[in-house]
Design a protein around this ligand. Structure first.
Ligand code: HAM
Length: 463
């Protein structure tokens, strides 16, 4: 039997009702803050993630689904050529004999020796910023964009951690003149998140807040970190030993328990913030206090992606266990420039929808839509009449389920009960002739005869 791939899963009804409830609430709340939807491709050029998320991050160095894409339709000649290249790559002697052949040089010149490297998106911020640059979205001033969709990371699957998971995210990005750099944007986003979680009925979340400063602060912090790591790094895990040289900040991503006491003793970015970053951070906190959103400062929080500047945050939830971050985000003021775009400060977040659904206190049953009425056709030829009635009632926005004329009445009632329908409507030859139908309230047991023209209203009134 072929099963879903490890780390992926099917979302089935009734659980999907909970997912729809969460997504519909997100759309409602985001609309009130004037965010609009963006949909970017599920795969992008690998370079996009390497240059934005960062080569040294766990995401880029270990977790991406990357492949070489040969692109276009391959001519027979090109396939032949690829075989030759594959052999040449394994056998230098064979390659030497080819180096001057016309075909080899032709494709080499065209840069088609290797296919294009593509990657399933591990996150969506890079794609949004790429789209911002590609479509010159700065002409629109401040862009407030949200997205809902799957992301892919090859992580070790466990509760709350999947290889295909879903994010609900948003980004506010634009030229500095649009106010994109203002601490008011940060506070607005954080307040929107608090509102969203409240609207879902999620309690017991904590907003953890930090500032990771600007590149100049980080350069000084990195120097200090390198110095502090020098005498202790040999006692740390292999990853940390590498990070200490290539990107010391990433040491804070380490999850190895033995390394934690060492990490706790390292300098913190908060000690290196310049005047501008400190002021920015203070203003974010002041606005949050003014609007009544509680937060906890956590100066160890650096987030696992390289593009962050200034405000960085996570919302955690106690009920989630080890994977307790419901969402994460922050500012990325230099990201557009690092991808070849103009100056475009931005801030955003992504919620792990899988984890969010786990923290919603409601059951799928509570938010599912049950049929208003179950139509029970009784006897031969009645499927046609039932279909006509169902069509009429559905036009009145009622949720209608249809039985079958081969069912006995008891089977129809049992099915209607199981589905949680509120009414059963009996459609037999006599009813059709009389133009009035028996409508049974499945909660109270009451049964009344209702003329065809009044049916929709009778069901709606008794809702
Ligand atoms: P992130 O912290 O890598 O940030 O991911 C955001 C959230 O996605 C996490 O807090 C978690 O809830 C969820 N998540 C991550 N990996 C998994 C997984 N394997 N299984 C289930 N859920 C997962 C970002 O992705 C940034 N793009 C957020 C952002 C937007 N920053 C600025 N704008």
């Amino acid at each position: 039997m072929i099963k879903a791939v490890r780390g992926t899963r099917d979302l089935l009804p009734p659980d999907t009702a909970l997912w729809n409830f969460v997504e519909a609430t997100a759309r409602d709340v985001f609309r009130a803050y004037n965010f609009q939807e963006i949909r970017t491709p599920i795969f992008e050029e690998t370079q996009l993630f390497a240059r934005s998320v960062g080569e040294e991050t766990d995401i880029v160095s270990k977790e991406m689904y990357t492949w070489e894409d040969r692109g276009g339709t391959q001519s027979e000649k090109f396939s032949e050529f690829l075989d030759v290249v594959a052999r040449a790559q394994q056998d230098p002697a064979y390659k030497a004999t080819l180096d001057n052949t016309e075909l080899y040089n032709k494709y080499l010149a065209q840069g088609r020796l290797r296919g294009q490297s593509l990657t399933l998106r591990p996150e969506n911020t890079a794609g949004v910023v790429r789209a911002y640059i590609e479509h010159k979205l700065w002409d629109r001033g401040l862009n407030k964009l949200f997205y809902i969709g799957p992301q892919f990371r090859r992580e070790r699957p466990q509760k709350g951690r999947y290889r295909q998971f879903y994010q609900i995210g948003a980004e506010a990005i634009g030229p500095p003149t649009s106010g994109s750099e203002s601490p008011a944007r940060d506070a607005e986003i954080l307040e929107m998140l608090a509102t969203f979680l409240d609207r879902l009925g999620i309690t017991g979340w904590t907003l953890e807040l930090n500032s990771v400063g600007c590149p100049a602060d980080r350069a000084r912090f990195n120097e200090a970190l390198k110095k502090a790591l020098e005498p202790v790094v040999s006692q740390m895990c292999d990853d940390c030993q590498r990070r200490a040289v290539t990107n010391p900040l990433r040491v804070f991503d380490c999850k190895v328990p033995e390394d934690q006491p060492i990490i706790d003793g390292l300098p913190r970015i908060s000690q290196f913030l310049d005047e501008g970053c400190r002021k920015h951070f203070d203003e974010v906190k002041e606005i949050l206090k003014a609007v009544g959103v509680e937060f906890r400062e956590n100066d160890r929080l650096v987030r696992g992606l390289d593009y962050y500047t200034r405000t960085a945050f996570e919302f955690t939830h106690g009920a989630l266990g080890a994977q307790n971050a419901i969402l994460g985000g922050g500012r990325y003021d230099g990201l557009s420039e690092s991808l070849g775009g103009p100056q475009a400060p931005g801030i955003g977040f992504a919620i792990g929808e899988d984890r969010l659904v786990m923290s919603v206190g409601k059951s799928a049953e509570e938010v599912s839509c049950k049929p208003d009425v179950y139509i029970a056709p009784l006897g031969e030829g009645m499927n046609r009449e039932a279909a006509r009635l169902a069509r009429e009632l559905r036009r009145h926005d009622l949720v209608v389920e249809l039985g079958d004329e081969s069912f006995r009445l008891k089977k129809s009632f049992d099915t209607a009960d199981k589905l949680g329908a509120r009414f059963a409507l009996i459609v037999g030859e006599n009813e059709v002739k009389a133009g009035a139908f028996s409508l049974k309230n499945l909660v109270t047991g009451e049964q009344v005869s209702v003329p065809r023209a009044d049916l929709a209203q009778a069901i709606q009134v008794r809702k």
